[in-house]
Ligand binder design. Structure first.
Ligand SMILES: [Zn+2]
Ligand SMILES: [Zn+2]
Length: 256
């Protein structure tokens, strides 16, 4: 099997931010491009998806974790949407997407774009070509999916919009066992977390415990708080005491 390649298109949480204070870690919300052999799969469609490279006429899949605004607000601006006949499979609850992208909030539905758009239900297990997805419920207000993604012997876990459960995160640790890469929601510092318990996001400290217990190879922290600029995130990044974890940066490419 060829390598899997993950590109960070947007790792900001909650709402996009803009300006020179956000050049390094980026201001666009959640979207990651995964290339596995012939498959091109986007994890979430925050406005980071508008940074995607041109995929021409090739079919693509977009797998949504959940329908909070920051994870679907880039959908109409994904370049492929305007290519007539381009096959785009969106794994999401269609009724959620249709609720947002319809008058009066938006002029047209996603299905009315020139691309050939299909909606697919998210099952517990589904395959996109040779890539296997296993969905698990996240601890997040309104729900979200954590995805275990398997391709040959390689394994990625996408755990955005996840709040640690206070009892050791045994379920998530099990999902992450021996993973090559974990994307982990570390939106808050421990101090901010104390004031934002129940908001559905986690911390570096809780992530590092999952990393250690699961024996995974690499963890990147995602869903950066919109109030944390580059200066703050660089300082937090320097405090991470292990070599195999860091805050995701806009444009970063990880090959596994
Ligand atoms: Zn989010
Ligand atoms: Zn959310």
């Amino acid at each position: 099997m060829p390598d899997m390649k993950l590109t960070v298109l947007g790792a900001r949480g909650s709402i996009p931010v803009d300006g020179e204070k956000y050049n390094i870690f980026g201001g666009a919300t959640s979207s990651y491009m995964l290339k596995a052999g012939e498959e091109i799969i986007f994890l979430d469609a925050g406005n980071g998806i508008i940074n995607a490279p041109d995929t021409g006429n090739r079919p693509v899949s977009i797998v949504i974790s959940h329908s909070h605004l920051d994870h679907i607000l880039g959908l109409p601006f994904f370049g492929g949407m305007t290519i007539p006949g381009k096959k785009i499979n969106i794994y999401a609850r269609r009724e959620d997407v249709d609720k947002l992208y319809a008058p009066p909030l938006w002029p047209v539905s996603i299905s009315e774009y020139p691309a050939d758009v299909s909606f697919c239900d998210i099952k517990d297990v589904f395959n996109i070509g040779d890539v296997r997805f296993e969905a698990a419920a996240s601890n997040h207000p309104g729900g979200s999916n954590i995805y275990k993604i398997l391709y040959g012997a390689r394994k990625i876990v996408y755990a955005t919009d996840y709040e640690h459960d206070g009892s050791g995160d045994t379920e998530l640790t099990g999902l992450c066992r021996d993973a090559d890469l974990i994307l982990y929601d570390a939106q808050y510092t421990p101090e901010d977390y104390e004031r934002k318990k129940g908001f559905g996001h986690s911390t570096v400290e809780a992530g590092l415990s999952v990393l250690k217990e699961s024996h995974a190879r690499l963890m990147i922290f995602v869903h950066h708080d919109p109030n944390y600029d580059d200066c703050k995130l660089l300082a937090l990044d320097r405090e991470i005491a292990v070599p195999n974890a860091h805050y995701a940066r806009a444009g970063e490419v990880i090959t596994i």
